[in-house]
Design a protein around this ligand. Sequence first.
Ligand code: CA
Length: 350
Amino acid sequence: MKRLFLILILYTNILASDKLIIAHRGASAYLPEHTLESKVLAYAMGVPYIEQDLAMSKDNHLIVIHDLYLDTISDVAERFPHRKRKDGHYYVIDFTLKELKTLNMNEVFILDKKGLKQAKYPERFPLNRAHFTINTFEEEIELIQGLNKTLGKDVGLYVETKRPWFHKQEGKDISKATLEVLKKYGYTNKNSKVYFQSFDYPDLVRVKKELLPQLNMDIKLVALIGLNDWEETFEYKDGKWQNYDFSYLLNAKNYGEISKIADALGPTYTLLFDAEKLKDKKVVANDFVKNAHQYKMKVHPYTIRADALPDYVKDVNELFEAVLFKAGADGVFTDFPDLGIKFLEQKGSK
Ligand code: CA
């Protein structure tokens, strides 16, 4: 009986740990996002996947950074005051790798009315402390693969090409460049520990139908789903660039077609719940996950932040529970990888 009980515990542990905790921009709640330091910490926290957002430098290096620009996360404005564009932003794509390497990276900040830097998340790593650098995609892959070797693990990459449509307007093919680096480091097929994600669905279709076959690769693809008013993605249609309509990816009638392209969907987690009931702070799953699973697509929503919880949960564990078990998602992005891992461990041992 005791033995049976142990097997049961083991089994439920395995069931619970089928869920993926994805380190969103590293352990970004604790160290400036996308720095190698934050990736090492995420690794040590025991996640199966660590995220890389990518943009391209002027000299075509893939840079691990969340935004296309540098102004809310580095000292670029002090170092290169004359290099901003008309819209006030300092774009990664306007700098060479050598220039980017001279920047001091920071926790994300916003400028207040007096033009002073204020932390976006006040409880996170202090501004202007220590010295962090920007890194290339290859440097980060080598770090993770090196740790995989020394620690005997197999932690994966969860890569996002940022705004491929923008890079195209600037004459660069970020998706092709990303796939070439992945191939160089041995990530070539669906068993490789990598997911390739994008909000640019038209570009993801091109990745699947043109680029992967050209490179003799076939890796797991994730269609990210945003809200239309974020204006996250533009597509060239009827002779002009226009805001992409995400309703295509939300309509389950299209899932047969979409599942030929995507292995997983990445929605904002709110999309997994009944929107009307959320208004009364009632968390009830809608059919999102069920519809995706019907076509064998996984669902990996973003992003759980213990310091920015929605009003319909009382703590972070309730949100992990709602997303991973009530709604049934297969994984989730979080700035707090340790809390995600701890949640799953507790869930498994109950
Ligand atoms: Ca991302």
